[in-house]
Design a protein around this ligand. Sequence first.
Ligand SMILES: [Zn+2]
Length: 487
Amino acid sequence: MRTLIVGDRLESTAMKFILTAIFAVLLTSAMSAANVDDATRQLSRDIFQQLIEINTTDSMGSTTTAAEAMRQRLLQAGMPESDVVVLGPNDRKGNMVARLRGTGKGKPILIIAHLDVVEAKRSDWTTDPFQFVEKDGYFYGRGTQDMKDSDAIAVTTLIRFLKEGFKPNRDIILALTADEEGGTFNGVDWLLKHHRDLIDAEYVLNPDAGAVMTDKGKPIDVEVEATEKLYADFQLTATNPGGHSSLPTPDNAIYEIADALGRLEKAPFPFELNPVSRSWFEQVVAFEAAPVAADIRAMLKTPPDAEAIARLSKNPRFNATLRTTCVATRLSGGHADNALPQTAQALVNCRILPGHSKEEVRQDLIRIFADPKITLRYKDPATAEYLDKAPDTKAFLPSPPRQDVMDPLRTIAAKMWPRAPVIPEMETGASDSIYTIAAGLPSYGINGVAIDEDDIRAHGKDERLRVQSFYEGVDFYYRFVKAITSE
Ligand SMILES: [Zn+2]
């Protein structure tokens, strides 16, 4: 549904009052219907559809095709040819970099958004994952949540700025990139290494993180990613001479791996809060039922209450926020039904808290497994090789919150999602912000697309996004980027 446009520069107080009153009524009746005109609605939907229907999976897709399509869109909207390029390490892993010129008052800002999507099988899905389907108030297709919605929104925002001749106070750079979900040509990493000048900025916005969380469409909070955990894979290997299975020996490679994993299961990493996770708990405590809220308060005390921590740790989201986690994700071993195993292996995936390194965690795991016969190797994500040592670099400490980002965000969020507080959070997953933060660019995960807490389908089957959430996201991003690049 369309609502009237409540302008930012209304002169008449009376008029402003009347419009605000009408707007408030509309807000309560239709819960924050997006503030976008029909042409913008159509444009953003067309771009969204186009992106969903271009396959950008690592196995058979091409981010170059998608990058080129978005370049054409920006050229048609009047962006000079010299300000928008597609480049990459090969012809299937292209990245688009566009620059909307500003007055140069401030250093540029960089928006990063990945174009690639996770694999999706037609046979697993109800509809074709690479067909854009609108049904029952939702858009369906691979990438509707992660993150072609935000790609389309960012491109739409730039096109609107171009069409209205908006001159930001600084350049706005948009990089649409490859291989966030997998593959060996991560676009953000590649651009930083090969074309740093093209994307150098004062700070980075990454809509792949952060979220407007809703419960059946009702806003709960607006989460901003202030820091994230560090990803690391480790491989355990046990070897044995093996032999005939009719003559079992006390040492057995499969038992050794199984026992080691059993010890891991019973040895959670220590409880640790950082400034971001602490303030996140301080704020979410208001939304929790009484017993959980009491546990959170007891956990936040000095010294923290161990029993409260144990109870809270049963909730996966809380648990992942309270500690480094390492979990078995793969298992293999043996070579014949009637032979003693010569080799057994497992893979353990870790998500490491800020301030700790991968090598530190590898040493922790060696202590936990407590079996010198097991070798523990680190899997290098760039080459997929297994190494005897892991890097010493630590997970990044939070980028300090910037007032020039947080203030406009709070103002706009209060209008669009009244009563939903803006809360900085630590992302338990990983995004391309690890590359930009490592390159010295403070990075913030901000996203105005609302998703129901129990409807997170990114990477899963029948991925979908509420139609209204998409248009709200279009509205939000335009207002937000304009606010941080004005004056
Ligand atoms: Zn993503």
